[in-house]
Design a protein around this ligand. Structure first.
Ligand code: NI
Length: 190
């Protein structure tokens, strides 16, 4: 019986983060179950809120995430949600509203950036039991799903930034923000 493990996280610059990941052909079987367990172990150890398989050097279309109380935007369809697994996710943007907020990434450690993203999306995929997932969400929930699914297409959040002046080391950036912004930025860095 294999033992789950904390995996090494690929950092920006590693080619695995630039690849378009392959669809997961078979959801059952010990290998894929172990991969998901390792993703949660690794995410928890790094105190992240989401992780995509390419970040642990597995170029497969799998993401894990959770929607914590502390990051909610107060928007409709942005509610706390426990640990989620999504296989082969697809995203459809709903409406044309875009919002900019701070993001961090375990593959870009110590840094944050202000990233504009569509506010509302519908996403579909399969959960850890192979059941269909079909949700329409907003706010932070929509943001974390977009961020994680971008990893499956070789996209890191700085590539989504129109203004790189708002990209920097979290300690430096936080010094120049007001208290509310600082709190959000520090949480984004986790
Ligand atoms: Ni990331």
């Amino acid at each position: 019986m294999p033992i789950m493990a904390i995996r090494k996280i690929a950092r920006m610059g590693h080619p695995v983060l630039r690849q378009v990941a392959d669809p997961v052909p078979e959801l059952r079987g010990p290998a894929i179950r172990l991969l998901v367990e390792d993703m949660f172990e690794t995410m928890d150890d790094a105190q992240g809120t989401g992780l995509a398989a390419p970040q642990i050097h597995e170029s497969l279309r799998v993401v894990v995430f959770e929607v914590g109380e502390d990051r909610l935007t107060g928007r409709e369809d942005d509610a706390p949600l426990g640990r989620q697994v999504l296989f082969n996710p697809e995203i459809e943007v709903i409406g044309d509203e875009v919002e900019t907020d701070w993001e961090g990434c375990l593959s870009v450690p110590g840094m944050i950036g202000a990233v504009p993203r569509p506010v509302r999306i519908r996403y579909r995929g399969l959960d850890g039991s192979g059941n269909a997932v079909d949700r329409t969400v907003s706010g932070f929930h929509a943001r974390v799903v977009q961020h994680e699914c971008d990893h499956l297409d070789g996209i890191l959040y700085p590539m989504r930034m129109p203004d790189l002046r708002l990209f920097g080391y979290v300690e430096e950036m936080a010094k120049n923000l007001d208290a509310d912004e600082r709190e959000v930025a520090m949480e984004a860095a986790e």
